[in-house]
Design a protein around this ligand. Structure first.
Ligand code: ATP
Ligand code: MG
Length: 390
């Protein structure tokens, strides 16, 4: 049986005049993700993208799983095309969904007719196919409200398609349609989720991680690279820039009052992020900050940290509860790595009583004893980049 994948477009269909470029981008993203599973013909018709294996030896299950992680698709189903006649549709349903029909207790048939020249209406197709399936599988009950199995029939221009219920896909917008941004990736639970959330809006990510060797270990670094790797099925391949913060943190500790450590450290992070973003033509910074979660995440503290950049700082988790964040982290597959117990540079020097309501002017004044430019440029010079592939 010649099984194919039907991908239903999500918000892309709302894009009016831009729709064509969205669809083209989406198809090229699907092509890239499925290529390691064999050769597929990928084309779009009537708000659906078709992924059709060419020749034998394609791993359809692999391609299906990959498509489920492509942003821009709202639902996905495996389906079998057949000739546009009611008999062919019935035979295909029996052969393709026979096992499921035998196991189910109740069912219904739902039809859609995009090709209006087809001689039966959708209701007539459903009734006829449903009746014939009922004859063939007499144990089944017809239940139009809550059937255990729904058999879908679609009559389109080039063929009819029979499929079982579609599954939800990744949603969002095609990667590459939202420009690029620089995401600050720590080893925690939050920043992989914030990265994923912005990628879901079509944003291509460049990643930045701060380490503080020897205070932070190689294991902490490996953990961050593993998180980046776990993000690639969603966010695509990426570069992780690793910048050492050691000298900066030592200088802050030596020269600034303890209650300001975190705030001033965060300002350095933002300065470096700003520079790197501009170098890579990124139009925004992304962080996993969340209002009220820790002392450095009050509105006053956020104001102080973003004071050193003129780029928009996107904080997709700002109003979420930890529970919701954890749920997403589990869903995208980063949670188990995030909870590995390696230290982050932020936790190496944590003040006992961090300032929660800082003023920008006051912080600027306090940090003015530091050689800000020298520290930033030395840290930038020592950076390293690791390419993480899908
Ligand atoms: P996370 O779970 O993402 O580590 P958090 O709740 O621990 O977040 P903070 O440690 O205050 O909060 O960090 C807030 C945000 O700052 C992080 O979500 C991340 O975007 C950025 N950040 C923190 N530490 C680092 C780091 N070592 N490298 C890069 N970015 C970092
Ligand atoms: Mg953290």
């Amino acid at each position: 049986m010649h099984e194919i994948i039907l991908c239903k477009l999500g918000e892309v269909v709302l894009k009016g005049l831009n729709r064509h470029s969205f669809e083209t981008k989406l198809m090229s993203n699907i092509r890239r993700r499925t290529q390691k599973f064999g050769k597929f013909k990928i084309y779009s018709r009537q708000s659906t993208i078709y992924v059709e294996p060419v020749g034998d030896g394609c791993d359809l299950a692999g391609a299906y799983a990959a498509c489920k992680q492509v942003f821009g698709l709202i639902a996905i189903a495996r389906a079998v095309p057949c000739e546009k006649s009611k008999e062919a549709i019935l035979e295909t349903a029996k052969a393709y969904l026979g096992d499921s029909l035998r196991k189910a207790v109740s069912f219904k048939v739902e039809s859609k007719r995009a090709d209006k020249s087809f001689p039966m209406s959708s209701i007539q197709i459903s009734q006829w196919v449903g009746g014939m399936l009922h004859d063939a599988f007499p144990h089944l009950k017809v239940d139009v409200h809550t059937p255990e199995l729904t058999v879908y029939v679609e009559i389109r221009e080039d063929a009819a398609y029979v499929h079982a219920p579609a599954e939800p896909a990744a949603g969002g917008l095609p990667l590459g349609m939202g420009g690029s941004a620089l995401s600050l990736l720590s080893g925690g639970i939050d920043s992989p989720v914030s990265s994923y959330m912005m990628a879901k809006r079509g944003v291509v990510l460049e990643m930045l991680h701060f380490a503080a060797p020897p205070y932070t270990s190689d294991l902490a670094r490996q953990k961050v690279l593993r998180l980046a790797q776990e993000l690639t099925p969603w966010c695509g391949r990426m570069s992780v820039h690793i910048v050492p913060l050691t000298e900066i943190q030592e200088q802050i500790r030596k020269q600034c009052p303890e209650e300001y450590f975190t705030l001033i450290t965060r300002r350095f992070m933002m300065r470096i992020a700003d520079k790197l973003a501009k170098e890579f033509d990124c139009r925004a910074l992304i962080t996993g900050e969340n209002l009220g979660q820790v002392a450095s995440q009050t509105m006053e503290a956020l104001r102080v940290s973003e004071d050193v950049t003129d780029l928009p700082v996107l904080r997709p988790l700002i109003g979420m509860d930890k529970e919701e964040i954890v749920r997403i982290a589990r869903h995208i597959g980063t949670f188990d790595t995030s909870i590995l117990p390696y230290e982050d540079c932020c936790t190496v020097f944590t003040p006992r009583h961090p300032k929660t309501k800082p003023h920008v002017e006051e912080v600027r004044e306090i940090e003015s004893v530091l050689d800000i430019e020298g520290l930033v440029s030395r840290a930038m010079e020592q950076r390293e980049v690791v390419k993480v592939k899908l």
